[in-house]
Design a protein around this ligand. Structure first.
Ligand code: SF4
Ligand code: SF4
Length: 396
């Protein structure tokens, strides 16, 4: 791993941005409490290699941080422990601190797309260098999670569900991701493509041993390259388009210089998440109509696997809109209840369930014919056809 990380950083000439005595923030992926072999969090071998590379430049301080998908107090600390990253940092003389445990600052987003401000660690603004350490995974909501999506973890725990509630449409949520990225923009990124997740990611997917490390200064370009390697349709990653428009990087493959192995040589088509959305604007619609129709069409049906569910409460504690309620009895075989009307399809329950017991299925056709926006469309269409038929009958 060390030779892969050192090799990737040497290929891009990363030493050019280093100087002695820097305070360095490593933004890992600490989504949920899973061991390294489950491919949920940034792998300790990648973090170890990056720290070893950094030590050549005698940094004053190396801090590894993130906030988990869960809002429970102490959850990031638990992830640090279970993922092996706390032990890695202790061994390597780095600090491992949850973002929510640091001094906070409210950051104002310059020229925001949708998000005007957000709270995060003061260190985001004060670090000499931020290094993003995302993992390649498919994602139920954003299809791919890598460089841009990983920086969502820089906002404080409780603000994550609030952001989902504030921006229930995928496109708006992706604009919020870009706004966050524009403030906490890392100067350097090392992508963990060693053990990845495909299909039902980012926490309950199948593991892909891609055995790849990518490094770059431009996270937008890296996401574009990763999408091309994994076969994720780039035109469905709206955040790349928004990030490029905002001047945060390049999302056009033609404009990206790839050094080392070619994309063709390392291509591996990932299974896409089954419930993945198509952006909530399936056809060009007026924005006001899309806002109403999109969430209804893309709503996922959520079920709980009674064989896996241990009634731990993580899902109902983390649902941002209280759409999940505990069973009347915590006896084995009982599962939580889900309220379809309250659910905003944010996928937080699936992301945070420690036992991979949450299943989501978005059936667009069924949603269309069973929700009032779809039925209203059908009724409107029928009314138009009837009017045209009557006009034709009486006028012709
Ligand atoms: S579905 Fe998962 S998170 Fe929810 S109670 Fe069951 S085991 Fe816990
Ligand atoms: S039920 Fe799950 S997907 Fe629906 S709002 Fe709650 S956490 Fe999000």
């Amino acid at each position: 791993m060390e030779s892969a990380v050192f090799g990737a950083l040497d290929l891009i000439g990363a030493a050019s941005i280093m100087r002695e005595g820097m305070t360095i923030l490593l933004k890992a992926n600490l989504l949920s409490a899973n061991p390294p072999e489950r491919a949920v969090c940034t792998h300790p071998a990648i973090v170890t290699a990056v720290i070893h590379w950094l030590k050549q430049f005698s940094p004053a301080r190396i801090v590894l941080s993130d906030s988990t998908a869960s809002i429970s107090v102490g959850s990031t600390e638990k992830v640090l422990k279970v993922s092996g990253l706390k032990e890695t940092c202790e061994r390597e003389g780095a600090e491992a601190i949850p973002i929510e445990k640091m001094e906070r600052t409210i950051y104002t987003v310059p020229d925001p797309l949708v998000l005007k401000s957000f709270p995060s660690a003061t260190l985001i603004g004060e670090a000499d260098l931020i290094i993003n350490l995302p993992k390649i995974k498919t994602h139920n909501l954003t299809i791919l999670t890598c460089c841009i999506k990983n920086m969502f973890g820089t906002i404080i725990l409780g603000q994550k569900p609030k952001t989902h509630v504030q921006f229930p449409l995928v496109r708006d949520f992706e604009k919020a991701l870009v706004d966050i990225y524009s403030v906490s923009k890392p100067q350097l990124t090392v992508v963990d493509g060693y053990l990845c997740q495909e299909g039902y990611g980012p926490s309950a997917g199948d593991i892909v041993k891609l055995d790849l490390v990518l490094a770059g200064f431009d996270g937008v370009a890296l996401d574009t390259v990763v999408a091309n390697i994994t076969g994720v349709p780039v035109n469905r990653l709206y955040y790349l388009e928004y990030a490029e428009q905002k001047g945060l990087g390049t999302a056009k493959l033609d404009g990206i210089e790839v050094r080392g192995e070619s994309i063709e040589a390392v291509k591996h088509a990932f299974k896409l998440p089954k419930g993945s959305t198509i952006g909530y604007y399936p056809v060009p619609l007026p924005r006001s109509l899309a806002r109403r129709l999109g969430p209804a069409l893309m709503k996922a049906t959520i079920t709980f696997d009674p064989k896996r569910c241990r009634r731990c409460g993580t899902c109902w504690k983390n649902c941002p809109v209280q759409a999940i309620t505990p069973p009347a009895s915590l006896a084995e075989g009982n599962v939580p209840s889900w309220n379809r009307n309250k659910c905003i399809t944010c996928y937080c329950c699936a992301e945070t369930c420690p036992y991979e017991a949450v299943r989501l299925n978005a059936n667009i056709a069924k949603n269309f014919f069973t929700t009032w926006p779809g039925l209203s469309c059908v009724a409107t269409l029928v009314a138009i056809i009837v009017v045209i038929a009557l006009l034709a009958y009486f006028l012709l």
